[in-house]
Structures are given as structure tokens and as C-alpha cells.
Design a protein around this ligand. Sequence first.
Ligand SMILES: [Zn+2]
Length: 413
Amino acid sequence: MAEAAVSSRRLNQTLEELGRFGYSPDGMQRLAFTPADVAGRDYAMSLMRRAGMGVRIDPGGNIIARREGSDPNLPAIAMGSHLDTVPNGGKYDGSLGVMGGIEVVQALSDANVSLRHPVEVLVFTNEEGTRFHRWLFGSRAMAGTLEPGDLTAVDDEGVLMSSRLADIQGNMDRVQRAGRQPGELAAYLELHIEQGPTLHQSGVPIGVVTGITGRWVYEADIVGVPNHAGTTPMSGRHDALVSASRLVLEVQRMASELEVCRVGTAGTIQAYPGAVNVVPGQVKVGFEFRDLEMACLAAADAEIRSVAARIAARDGVAIDINRFESTQSAPISSGMQELVAAASERAGLAHQRVPSGAGHDAQSMAGITDAAMIFVPSVDGVSHSPGEYSTPEACANGAQVLLELLLLADRRG
Ligand SMILES: [Zn+2]
């Protein structure tokens, strides 16, 4: 039986109020570092203080709210997620994990429950990475895994991220100090919407996340020969767009038919010179593969390179495959999965194991502490869209499981 219970009404009201910051009829526009993001962060900090937490901002711009525990020697148990959205995004992605974490602390305070461990609620900076193409920025800063390119990142208008970081009281010159030492956190617990259809289809209210898939991202540069579309015979062409099309179909086939890896997607394409009366001389295709098993990503990498070589030889074009991002997968330990399952049972909710196809701050945090993730259903599996929706009941279920999980983690040795 629970010692404390979250308030569904209060949780859903805060989600609703938070959803006004950056709202537009075309979806949420609360991109990192924008005035809407700043306003949303201020709102979250006011709720944190109301729940009795001390609040600070680290040099990575991450908000760290803290409630002390009864044993001063124990490391903190953290809950958290992000408040920034993609353009035309939804109001549950990230927000549920933050509002859920605050609600858990508020519920503990209301019920006068004290824990052995300190508890932290974390808001990570720029999880989506929409503007500076540097995703998971805040959680990677906290995990100490920023790369040199993160410190000098500029947006499409040439504005340095360091200047925008100052807008949210971060400091790029001191960002390394946002890193936390192994042992400083006892665990990291993240509640999130599934963003996929598995739970919606099964009707199971709680997902026990088994791991976050690794993601390898590529640009293929295909160089053929530009020429007159009217006078160049079909047999003499080196059409870069035709070769690119073969490559796109292979990315799809490798995942769907050959099952080399779980998913493969070609999402961008540019043809040059970009005129219908010119045989395309050059094409750039952006694509990615994702899988929980890094060996599958390595197999996909080898396969697409040999496929590209075959296409190049056949079509008389040059194809250069450049992998420019390699995110490792982050398996969730069986012990933490068991703890989430036990928390669901304490909340009286059915659960099932699900992998996460989307990236999350938890994958950064898994590098420095025991991480766990709880998923709740996304209606129709829609996310990163104004149609993103999780029912008030689903959100409250997730927060109650987060509360039970925190209590179980607090009692662990
Ligand atoms: Zn998210």
C-alpha cells in the first residue's frame, strides 16, 4: 500500500498550464533557449519551490531542484526530463517527466513522508537539439560526455550556443563543472510518454523500458555527371538522383526485409543543380539506423557501404558514405527493470517490457548512474506533433509508478 499518492488533478493542471508557454495552433514551439522555454523553466522552478525544494542552475543550464533526505551521507536519487520541444511539437514529450517528478515530491511533502536519500528533480537543457543540432546537451554536460563541437556550436544564423546558454543562466566557459561524479547520484528515474504505438495497441498502462536504442546517422554524397535533360541519351547518363533513389530503397529494405537492424530511415535529400531540365549531377541523402544491439548497427554500417559500392559501380557514379553521429545504445539493467515492474505492481497497474526507439536524457545519465525509464501510452503512437496526446489517467498512472519507484529505490541497500 502506498504511503503517498500523486494528485491526478494537480498533475494534469500543471501540464495544462505549462502547455501555454510556447503554445501555437500548429503545435508547441517551446524550442530551447527561446523566451517560451525561459518562461516554462520559470514556471517549473516556481512549482519546485512550492514543493519545498531548493533550486539551482548548473553551468550547463540544467535546473537542479533538491529535497534533502534523512541520511546526509547518501547520494541523491534524481528524477527528470526536459522542457524544450521540437517545432510544432506536443505538450507531453519531456514535460510529463518534469511535472511528474515535481508532483511526486509535492505528494511526499503533503503526506509528510521523508526519504533516506536526497531527491532531485532535473530539467535538462536542449534535449531535442533542434536549433543547434546538439541534442541531449544538458544531460551530456551532466554525464561529462560533451564533445569539443558542443562548445563551439552555432545555429543556422551563426549565433553561438554559448551566448544562448547565458540566457538561461548557464555558462559555457564553466560547462565542464556541470559534470557529476560517479557515486554522486544513487539512481536516475525518467517518466516519459512512449512516443510509439506499442502500449496504445496493447492497452497496457505502463511500459518498463528495456533500453534506449543506439542511433548512427549518415550523409551520403553521390556524385554523377550533370548534363542536358533533352540531349543526353538515357544510356549515357550518370544520374546521381537515380543512384540516390536506389540507396534510399536499400536503407528501407535492410531494416524491413533483411532485418539487419530494427529501423532505417532516409529523411533528407537535396539534388543539384536542382532543375527538372538537368540530369542531377550531385545528391546528398541523410539517413540513420537504430537498434538496441550495437552489433546490428555495425552490420548495417558494413552492409550499406557494400551496397553503395555496388550502386556506384553499376551507375558509374561516386558515392561517399559519411557517418557523422554515433550514439551508443543504453541498455537498462535487469535490476532496474525489475524495480520498475515492482513499482507498477505496487501501483496496481499492469506492465510490459518495451524498448525505446527515441532518444532520451536517460541514455546520457545511464553512463554515470543506475537509470530506469517508465513509459505511458501515447494515443495512436503520435509524438513530435500537435496531435501528441496522453490521457490524464495515463499521466497520473505514470506519476504514481514514478512515486512507487522512488520509494523502492530509496529502500535499496
Ligand atoms: Zn523527450
